[in-house]
Structure formats: C-alpha cells, structure tokens
Design a protein around this ligand. Structure first.
Ligand SMILES: [Zn+2]
Length: 335
C-alpha cells in the first residue's frame, strides 16, 4: 500500500491553553505547517458547563483540521492533554474542560464528522513515540513545565494500564510534611508542586523572602529589583545561565526531588535512559541536565557507577513539536 502523503495526515495537539494542528510530518521531522489557536475550553470560557466545553473543543478540532487540510484528508491523530483509554475514550481533562463531566469518546465524535480514521492518545504518550525513533533501549520521557509528567516506553509501546493509568510521577508524594506545597491537583507535596517550573518559582520567591540580604546581593536580586514577588521563570533562567549561586542553589534543591523520582523509576523498572523535555527544563538547558545528573550521582542509583549515571539523562529536542511528531509516528506504525 502506498504511504499517504504527509500533507494528507493531520495531527492535533490539544492542550489547556493552545490547540495546534499540523501537517507535513512523517513522524521524524518536525511538521512543515503548524496552525495554533487558543483552545476553546476552560481557559477561554471559565464558567461554561463541562458538556458545553467538550462540544466546543470537538467543534474546534473539526473546524481547524478542515481549515488546514481542505479536500485531501486521509487520517487524523489527536494528542490530548488528559488520560485516554486504549479505545480512545478521554476519561478526564482538568486543564481542557475542567473537573467532572462524562468520559468523552473523542475519536468517535471527530471520526463521524470528518469521515476519516481518527486515533486519540495522551499527549505525553505521543511525545514518547517521537523519541522511540532515536532511543536504543527502554526509556522514560519526562516533561517539566508548569507541572510534571512522565511516560516509560518499552517493547514498542508506552507502559500504561489499558484504563490510562501510569506516567503520573508528577503526583508522586515526595514531601510528606503537613505544610508541603500544594500541587495543581489539590494534594500536598507532589513532585509537580516541588520540581516543576511553577514549583521552582515558588521556592525562589519563598527563599528570597526568607533571606532578603542574600537575595538582594544575588544576580537574581539584580534582575528582580521590586522584590521576591517580581521573580519570574525567565529571570530565574537568566540568573542560572549567568551562574548566580543563589539561583543555582534553588534549582539544585528543587531538582533533588526530580532526581529522587528518576532514581525511583530506575530502581523499580531498570529503565536507565531518561529524556527530559518541557518549557522550563529546555529553557534552562544544559545546566538543568548537569544539575540533575549531579543530584542523581549524589543520591546514587543502586548498581550503577557515577560514570554511567552521566549517560542516563539527556535533554530532548528544543522545538515544541514533540506530541505532533510523535503522533505522526504512531500513525505510521499503526498503518
Ligand atoms: Zn498532584
């Protein structure tokens, strides 16, 4: 069978803030055309009921795919920011249409409207498929942005329960104290509350308020003269790049939790390779990877020496096309 032209395949990445539709990726190279719109979900209509938002998002996907691929569409892949069952049922989407609501057969609904086969998977599952093209052994993909997510890829697929469980280390408890920071899920002390971009920012503001003199004389203090509340992630990234000891120390403390989570995945599964993506991690770049490796080495990985720990962690591609490229790769594999 002839391979469909990449332009007749539409891949969609549905996030809480942005919905992207793309064509022209074969599952390896980045898409040649990407169209971005604001997701017509919770963020654009915070008071609308869940069923109304679900319908709006389905309508938006159908509309945007038709706009980008008029006429020649042969198949569609949707990477979605929420747990998805093996049958393509979206069981939850707190960032897209909020808490509650009935599970949504997203694939079926879009397929009915577009009259082409539609595949739906979790967005981080799709992203992991991108790296399956280059990783030579089982690996774990971690995304570090406003929250944290992870997925283990082995034996030609992502390791999740058919009901969609798995890859939720972001909600792993690593601080059991009563005053631990709140996670966006509402619980306390989760990895996502401590090591995400949001978590690092909160600890930087807290530390700056607790140690005003150290903050004032730091590189970060120079960048954020209006006080601790004016610290933002771009300033932190700039200060870390400049080697500011105050900022590097905060990042290192925060990464200790992520290192512990990476160690937990390694010791429980034997997965040695860990690839890191996500806006915050990639914005910091090499210092992020190096600090994480240092923390992993300090904590130790049972049965692995320090030299080998240095080969365990790498950063993913700097573009933001992980889920789009990976989704196209899934469609290529499933044909
Ligand atoms: Zn949580």
């Amino acid at each position: 069978m002839m391979s469909p032209h990449p332009d007749s395949t539409a891949v969609v990445d549905v996030g809480g803030t942005t919905l992207r539709v793309a064509t022209g990726t074969d599952g390896v190279r980045p898409p040649s055309r990407v169209h971005r719109v604001r997701t017509a979900g919770l963020e654009s209509a915070p008071h609308a009921p869940v069923d109304v938002l679900q319908k709006r998002v389905v309508d938006q996907i159908v509309h945007e795919v038709r706009e980008l691929c008029p006429g020649s569409l042969e198949r569609v892949g949707i990477a979605f920011a929420g747990p998805v069952t093996a049958d393509g049922l979206v069981t939850a989407a707190p960032t897209v249409w909020g808490e509650g609501g009935l599970p949504l057969p997203l694939g079926e609904l879009v397929e009915e409207r577009l009259q082409v086969p539609v595949t739906v998977v979790n967005d981080l599952t799709a992203a992991a498929w991108r790296y399956s093209a280059v990783e030579r052994e089982p690996f774990c993909l971690w995304t570090v942005s406003s929250g944290i997510g992870n997925k283990v890829f082995r034996d030609g697929g992502v390791l999740v329960h058919p009901d969609g469980h798995g890859g939720e280390m972001g909600h792993w408890v690593c601080d059991t104290s009563a005053e631990a920071p709140l996670c966006n899920c509402g619980a306390r002390g989760h990895l996502g509350a401590l090591s995400s971009g949001r978590g690092v920012l909160a600890s930087a503001r807290g530390e700056a308020a607790r140690r005003p003199e150290a903050f004032a004389s730091s590189g970060l203090g120079d960048l954020c003269r209006s006080g601790p509340d004016s610290i933002d992630n771009p300033a932190l990234v700039t200060a870390v790049h400049a080697g500011d000891p105050f900022s590097v120390g905060i990042l290192r403390n925060s990464l200790a939790h992520l290192a512990s989570a990476v160690g937990a995945v390694f010791t429980s599964t034997g997965v040695r390779r860990h690839v890191i993506i996500g806006g915050f991690a990639l914005a910091v770049g090499k210092p992020y990877r190096d600090l994480l490796v240092e923390e992993l080495s300090r904590q130790g990985c049972f049965g692995v020496d320090t030299t080998e720990i240095g080969t365990m962690v790498s950063l993913g591609c700097e573009d933001d096309a992980h889920s789009l490229v990976g989704m196209a790769r899934i469609l290529e594999e499933r044909r």
